[in-house]
Design a protein around this ligand. Structure first.
Ligand SMILES: Nc1ncnc2c1ncn2[C@@H]1O[C@H](COP(=O)(O)OP(=O)(O)O)[C@@H](O)[C@H]1O
Ligand SMILES: [Mg+2]
Length: 278
C-alpha cells in the first residue's frame, strides 16, 4: 500500500459507476424512514445529499456505513450486487464514512489518530518513522494546513480536526468517502479549507457523498445534488444547471414530485386523525 499512488486507479477510472442504490427502504418500527431510494455515485464526482431534518439523510448514510441494514432494494458496488451487513463490510468494500462526531482521540497526536487501529509495525514494534512519513505525504497531497503531525488533536482547530478525520478515512484506500455535515460547526475560513479538501478527494478519483445543510457549500463544491424529502427522492440536479431557489423548493416541498406529495398528504391526514382522537 502506498499513499502516494492514486488510491483508486486500479479499481476505478473517472466517471466509473461506483455505487448504485435502487429501491432502498428502511423502517424503524412504524416509521418509514426511507422509501424507494435511488442514488448513484461515480468516480471523481461529488454528490451532495440535502434535505430537511428528518428527510432520511443520516439513515441513508448509516445504511451505506453498515450501521443499519436496509429492509429492501439493491445496492451495487462497482457493478456487483452487495450486502452491507456491518461497518466492517462497508470498510471492506471501500466505503469510508466520516461521521459528524469525527471520533478522534483528543489526547493523541495526528499520526496516532491517522493510523489508529491500522498501526504499521516493524520488528514487532510500532514503526513511528514510517507512519510519520506517510502521514506527511498524505497531508501534503491533500494540501492540508496542519502545523505538525506530532500536535495533539486537542490543540487543532475545528477545520484541522475535520481534515485529520477525512485524511484518516483515506488510509484504507476507499473508493467512496461519505462526509456527514463536514462544515456544520466551522467558520468561514475553515469551511473554505474543508471545501478545498473535498476538491482534492475528487481529484484523487474518489466518489464523494457530501451530506449538507448549506446550499452555498453544495453549490461551491458538488457536481450533483440529490434532494431527499420525507424519506424519498425529490430531485437530482446537476449543480451547474440549477438555482438555489430550485434546490430549496425541492427540499421544502414546493416542487414535490407526485409520490412525495401523496406521502406528505397521507402523513398530514394521519396527524390530523391522531390529534382529533386525543
Ligand atoms: N434509530 C432510529 N429509530 C427510530 N426512528 C429513527 C431512527 N433513526 C432515524 N429515525 C427516523 O427516521 C426519519 C429520518 O431520520 P434521519 O435519517 O435522521 O433524517 P435526517 O438525517 O435527514 O435529519 C426520522 O423520522 C427519524 O425520526
Ligand atoms: Mg441527520
Amino acid at each position: 500500500m502506498t499513499l502516494t499512488s492514486q488510491p483508486t486507479t486500479e479499481r476505478s477510472r473517472p466517471g466509473d459507476h461506483i455505487l448504485a442504490l435502487r429501491g432502498v427502504g428502511k423502517k424503524f418500527g412504524a416509521i418509514q424512514a426511507l422509501t424507494d431510494i435511488e442514488l448513484d455515485v461515480h468516480a471523481g464526482e461529488v454528490v451532495a445529499i440535502v434535505g430537511d431534518n428528518g428527510a432520511g439523510k443520516s439513515t441513508l448514510v448509516k445504511i451505506l456505513a453498515g450501521v443499519h441494514p436496509p429492509d429492501g432494494g439493491t445496492i451495487e458496488f462497482h457493478g456487483n450486487k452487495v450486502a452491507i451487513a456491518s461497518p466492517a463490510d462497508s470498510k471492506q468494500l471501500g466505503i469510508a464514512t466520516v461521521f459528524q462526531d469525527l471520533a478522534l482521540c483528543d489526547n493523541l497526536d495526528v499520526v496516532a489518530n491517522l493510523w489508529l487501529g491500522r498501526e504499521l509495525t516493524h520488528n514487532a514494534s510500532l514503526d513511528e518513522v514510517e507512519m510519520e512519513k506517510r502521514s506527511w505525504t498524505l497531508l501534503r497531497e491533500l494540501s492540508a494546513k496542519i502545523p505538525s503531525v506530532r500536535t495533539p488533536i486537542a490543540s487543532l482547530s475545528g477545520g484541522q480536526r475535520q481534515t485529520v478525520a477525512i485524511a484518516r478515512s483515506l488510509i484504507g484506500e476507499p473508493s467512496v468517502v461519505i462526509l456527514d455535515e463536514p462544515t456544520a460547526a466551522l467558520g468561514v475560513a475553515q469551511t473554505a479549507e474543508v471545501l478545498n479538501l473535498i476538491e482534492r478527494l475528487r481529484e484523487r478519483g474518489l466518489g464523494v457523498v457530501l451530506i449538507s445543510h448549506n446550499i452555498a457549500d453544495v453549490q461551491a463544491v458538488a457536481d450533483r445534488v440529490v434532494v431527499l424529502r420525507l424519506g424519498r427522492n425529490n430531485g437530482d440536479f446537476r449543480v451547474a444547471d440549477v438555482s438555489s431557489e430550485t434546490i430549496i423548493a425541492a427540499i421544502t416541498g414546493a416542487t414535490d414530485n407526485a409520490v412525495t406529495r401523496r406521502a406528505a398528504h397521507k402523513t398530514a391526514s394521519t396527524s390530523i386523525v391522531t390529534e382529533a382522537s386525543e
